[in-house]
Design a protein around this ligand. Structure first.
Ligand code: UD1
Length: 444
């Protein structure tokens, strides 16, 4: 069997990593004598595959459309999550949606025609899934969508259009939760195409929890700080001055420093103090960042209200940075006390921040899910979500606030009063990738 799987943008990488690992585990296991057990060894309990479906290796090719190309948005994830380098990079880059989708289709068609895979596997909801599922189906190649069935009901979101198209034409729809399966049924998708497998991103979270736990917040800040010189209380200005900072009432709360031996690493001295009470902020949706009248009040809330109480670590997406600069908001942020502006983080770095954050403010769907599993209170700055399972009313950690400041403020204070508790939706167990591969192998 030959499978081409496709990635394009940052949120795809953590979803494809476990799938590729499942394929290589499978290939290893088919090299071994079968001894009557499943070839997918790590499943528990392992339902046996029929011998006919275990014959032969899977040939796998990874195609990167190139939508995200900065090292911090792409390469860093490949290295950290040990994803093998893409076999083919389509080099599509930035552009309008039509440009990205159009270029991807033109380039991907050449690959599909040359490689003639049995399956094309797409994950998530970025432009690559629309472009590559359509291209594959037009070449009569079977298509599998991992993370199928999510619906926000918001047709102004480019991701919703991508999901609808990919799900309408794919042969195998692997869903992260029963609500998503039900969405597909309501749309008339035949039962045989739908398989509830769990959330593949949680495979990556579980595989990396320990590594992330070993990281230090201060080192993450130091590596990624944008406002190193400008910000007060962070970066170099914080060198060895934890107590002074406290005395100045900066709001930063460095952990007590243990006396350092003479031989201590000089680099260690440049580190920011270890934070213990901080909020994490991420924002990148066009609906939040592309209009000044929406973005400016959010920035004011963070800088004038939240930063007065505690540090805010804001990791800045390239789209958001461009907009902040063009609206003339960025310079003010650079100089805001307690506002720690960071470049886009690696997977492990973001996971560590999420593990330690007092509260998350975000418009990212993936972070909503991770907050649910980690128990971090999460304000989702959107009016709808395709991931209802993460909402408080479904037992999750997240609450929808839209971009209404009154609502964000109210929910911010409510969330701080409620200690978060980790929740694990059904089948978010770290073994989704194996179920995905099994579904493909068993597909009739
Ligand atoms: C895309 C996805 C979105 C996902 C997000 C995560 C779609 C429709 N959107 O949105 O679902 O949540 O990724 O990040 O597929 N840019 C860089 N460097 C890069 C990549 C982009 O500077 O490596 C700039 C581009 O020039 C562009 C902006 O960032 O102006 C936005 O990039 P784009 O690929 O259009 O979409 P995202 O907003 O990142």
């Amino acid at each position: 069997m030959k499978i081409i799987s496709v990635v394009g943008a940052r949120p795809n990488f953590m979803k494809i990593a476990p799938f590729i690992r499942a394929i290589s585990n499978y290939n290893e296991s088919v090299s071994l004598p079968l001894r009557g057990t499943s070839s997918l060894r790590s499943l528990s309990p392992p339902p046996p595959l029929s011998p006919s479906s275990t014959t032969g290796h899977i040939i796998h090719l990874l195609v990167h459309t190139g939508q995200h190309y900065d090292d911090r948005m792409s390469k860093a994830f490949f290295e950290e999550l040990k994803i093998p380098e893409a076999d083919i990079n389509l080099g599509v880059g930035s552009g309008t949606h039509a440009e990205q989708v159009g270029h991807t289709m033109i380039e991907f068609e050449k690959i599909v025609k040359a490689e003639k895979p049995d399956w094309v596997v797409v994950v998530g909801d970025v432009n690559a899934i629309l472009a590559c599922s359509v291209t594959a189906k037009k070449e009569n190649i079977k298509c599998c969508h991992i993370e199928a069935g999510l619906r926000s009901g918001d047709m102004t979101m480019p991701e919703e259009i991508n999901r609808l198209v990919a799900d309408r034409i794919s042969d195998l729809l692997l869903t992260p939760d029963p609500i998503s399966s039900e969405n597909l049924r309501k749309e008339g998708v035949p039962e045989g195409k739908i398989k509830f497998v769990g959330n593949i991103m949680i495979d990556t979270l579980e595989a990396n929890r320990e590594r992330a736990g070993d990281m230090k917040i201060s080192e993450i800040i130091d590596r990624n700080l944008i406002n190193r010189k400008e910000a007060s209380g962070v970066g170099r200005q914080a060198e060895g001055k934890g107590s002074e900072l406290r005395a100045q009432g900066s709001g930063l709360q460095p952990a007590p420093r243990t006396p350092q031996p003479e031989t201590r690493n000089v680099k260690r001295e440049t580190l920011s103090p270890e934070l213990t009470d901080f909020a994490v902020m991420t924002l990148h949706r066009p609906s939040n960042v592309d209009r000044k009248e929406v973005l400016e009040p959010i920035v004011k809330f963070i800088t004038e209200e939240v930063c007065v109480e505690r540090s805010v670590i804001w990791t800045i997406h390239p789209r958001t940075r461009k907009m902040l600069e063009s609206f003339g908001l960025f310079d003010g942020m650079l100089n805001t006390k307690n506002l720690i502006l960071l470049e886009p983080l690696s997977y492990l770095e973001m996971l560590k921040l999420n593990m330690e954050a007092r509260i998350m403010l975000t418009d990212s769907g993936g972070l909503q899910e991770e907050c649910t599993v980690l128990g971090t209170p999460c304000l989702t700055l959107r009016w709808n979500t395709e991931r209802p399972v993460t909402l408080r009313e479904h037992g999750g950690a997240s609450v929808l606030t839209g971009n209404n400041i009154g609502r964000i403020r109210e929910e911010y204070h409510t969330a701080l009063e409620k200690p978060g508790k980790p929740v694990r939706p059904e089948l978010w167990d770290g073994h989704t990738a194996e179920r995905c591969l099994r579904a493909i192998l068993e597909f009739e």
